[in-house]
Ligand binder design. Structure first.
Ligand code: ADP
Ligand code: ZN
Length: 351
């Protein structure tokens, strides 16, 4: 098991990664009043695990799925917290994927201006990415994560035992952020390249997850609230990925991030941000997780969504984080029409 400390300014956070992390959670929470937030799927699969790990805890299950990441679920959690008469020293335990983590985290930040918070992420995506860093939010009026707060969990317990029940789609979703980290961090990139065949192997994924957390911890420590700009690097692949996700839906977030990185590697190459050889190296890493880039008819139409991205500062330009060279990236703002021309590459990516 690995312990990773986040020396964040608001309050420090400790992440435990590896087999046995859930038992550590049990010891840490023994004797404390716990309030477990989960979703309907996770409760169905892990009801016994939850009652054995957190005996006597109140359990609140929200409906599963991103479309329930809204104020309705948030207030259902807050209502249940009030009904359970939680006080500020009670511990909210977010046990589920990124959606549960975001909503339970926000509820913990709001209730009595802040209760204690522990994350027990159960998806690969949540273990490598969303449970670390203290971002919490719900979607509102069609805008993703528009109501939220930075609120660091005291502890994050990442146990690979939860991977066994994950459907392949959810594994692919986590691979998106893992490959993204591999492009940003040479240590993770080397691990991926040296173990090409093992990206479906759960124990290797667990090692990769820990390496991704180590990288993210360093970034978040330097730039906890996305002010200095360093944390922006985590948006690699996300400008295009989010725009496609908004336009087409259907696939998982991680797949859109992979597709976004694929397109943005071409942009980096053609705009002279990186060498063709490095762009090919990035694409070969993407191919390990997503061997074929699907075609998106009418992809240039995703420009409309890319222009909504909060990274854009100028009018009519699209900003993105591009791979530059091993361990380095660059931010580039492209005029809208030029970006739309690149998007059109996705209409026939095999060309
Ligand atoms: P993500 O973690 O990908 O951001 P969600 O929180 O929506 O997103 O989780 C994705 C889906 O996976 C949800 O339907 C959730 O109920 C389900 N899920 C979460 N953890 C597990 C698990 N360990 N095994 C199977 N399904 C899970
Ligand atoms: Zn992402």
């Amino acid at each position: 098991m690995e312990t990773i400390q986040l020396h964040t300014k608001s309050r420090p956070s400790t992440v435990l990664c590896g087999a046995g992390a859930l038992s550590e959670a049990k010891s840490f929470l023994q004797g404390k009043e716990c309030f477990v937030v989960t979703d309907s799927n996770v409760l169905r699969l892990y009801a016994d695990t939850i009652s054995q790990t957190f005996p006597g805890a109140s359990v609140c299950a929200v409906p599963a799925g991103e479309r329930h990441k809204n104020r309705c679920s948030l207030f259902a959690i807050l209502d249940a917290m009030l009904d359970a008469r939680l006080h500020r020293s009670s511990v909210v335990v977010a046990l589920g994927g990124g959606v549960v983590g975001d909503m339970a985290g926000l509820a913990a930040a709001l209730y009595m201006r802040g209760t204690r918070l522990v994350q027990v992420p159960t998806t690969l995506l949540a273990q490598v990415d969303s449970s670390v860093g203290g971002k919490t939010a719900v979607d509102y009026r069609g805008v993703k994560n528009v109501i939220g707060a930075f609120y660091q969990p005291e502890r994050v317990f990442c146990d690979p035992l939860f991977f066994r029940t994950l459907p392949p789609r959810e594994i692919r979703c986590g691979l998106g952020e893992i490959v993204k980290t591999g492009v940003l961090d040479p240590a993770v990139g080397d691990m991926i390249k040296e173990n090409k065949g093992s990206l479906r192997d759960l124990s290797f994924l667990q090692q990769l997850a820990a390496a991704c957390v180590r990288f993210k911890a360093r970034v978040v420590e330097e730039d906890e609230t996305e002010r200095s700009g360093l944390r922006k690097c985590l948006n690699l692949g996300h400008t295009t990925g989010h725009a496609l996700e908004l336009m087409y839906g259907r696939r998982s977030h991680g797949e859109y991030v992979l597709i976004g990185m694929w397109l943005e590697s071409h942009i980096a190459e053609r705009e002279g941000v990186c060498t063709p050889a490095y762009a090919r190296e990035v694409r070969s890493m993407i191919a390990l997780a997503l061997p074929r880039i699907p075609a998106f008819p009418g992809a240039a139409g995703a420009l409309r969504y890319a222009l909504l991205d909060k990274k854009n500062e100028g009018q009519g330009t699209v900003s993105m984080i591009l791979p530059k060279e091993r361990g380095a990236y660059a931010e580039l703002a492209l005029p809208a029409d030029r970006y739309a021309a690149y998007l059109a590459l996705l209409e026939d990516p095999c060309r």
